[in-house]
Design a protein around this ligand. Structure first.
Ligand code: NAP
Length: 230
């Protein structure tokens, strides 16, 4: 039986990932920014108050797992935010900094804190976005989200090198356009349900777990099973 930890499990894709992993028999640790009575009611271990920007909260999570001797087969860095699309000439640098703090430094902070909870054969997944692709940027805009997701891609590729020395794999995943609180209203019609995205993400994480740690990670569009240029 595998143990999976998901950050940003309160709602959206993270919530769906927890439910899907629990349904297939995994032991799931749901790291929530707030709480989740719904996940608790399913018998999922909920770790509340895990703000990925907080050293104390993330260290507390690591200590809580260490106390119970929990090791992780899969760590899914899912927590993320998207700010409003401020246009050039009216950029909000505090908002950009906040997105970098959550979306890029958050996964680094969590992965570093949980290093001793990972083991040879574990996989660390990064839920990024194609919006962070340099090669796929055909429209500009969305400065904070683009910068932060581009940065987390580098975090993931960089970590992949260090993790490989411990026999741990890394995988970089775009979930597709998913109907969550993050999706703009005009995108909802073409967006996938979170459950469908979660199934595709889990499938790709499983495939990644079968590749040799140290294999340079690709940037996967999980539902379409294609790669995205960095
Ligand atoms: N939806 C899409 O179309 C789409 C596309 C590409 C990539 N993604 C990525 O997929 C991931 C999940 O997004 P989603 O669509 O499920 O969005 P969502 O519904 O807004 O969920 C985001 C989750 O992250 C949590 N969170 C926010 N700030 C946090 C922090 N500082 N520390 C810990 N958790 C925090 C939120 O907690 P609260 O609920 O308490 O705020 C929530 O549980 C994100 O990384 C996002 O960038 C989404």
């Amino acid at each position: 039986m595998r143990t999976v930890l998901v950050t940003g499990a309160d709602r959206g894709i993270g919530h769906a990932l927890c439910r899907a992993c629990h349904a297939r028999g995994d032991t799931v640790v749901a790291a929530c920014l707030g709480e989740s009575d719904e996940l608790r009611a399913l018998g999922i271990q909920v770790e509340p108050g895990i703000d990925v920007t907080s050293e104390d909260a993330v260290r507390g999570l690591a200590e809580s797992l260490a106390r119970t001797g929990t090791t992780l087969d899969i760590l899914i860095n899912n927590a993320g935010i998207a700010g409003p699309d401020h246009v050039l000439g009216a950029l909000d640098y505090d908002d950009i900094r906040r997105q970098v703090e959550v979306n890029a430094l958050g996964p680094l902070r969590v992965t570093e804190a949980l290093l001793e909870r990972l083991k040879p054969g574990s996989t660390v997944a990064f839920i990024t976005s194609r919006i962070g692709s340099l090669g796929d940027n055909h429209s500009g805009g969305l400065y904070g989200y683009r910068i932060s997701k581009c940065a987390v891609n580098m975090v993931a590729v960089n970590l992949a090198h260090d993790l490989a020395t411990r026999g741990i794999g890394a995988v970089v995943l775009h979930p597709g356009m998913v109907a969550t609180a993050m999706t703009f209203d005009d995108e909802r019609a073409e967006a996938r349900p979170p459950e469908e995205a979660a199934a595709a993400l889990i499938e790709r994480i499983e495939r990644a777990g079968q590749t040799e740690p140290g294999t340079p990670p690709a940037f996967w569009h999980a539902p379409e099973r294609t790669t995205i240029p960095w």
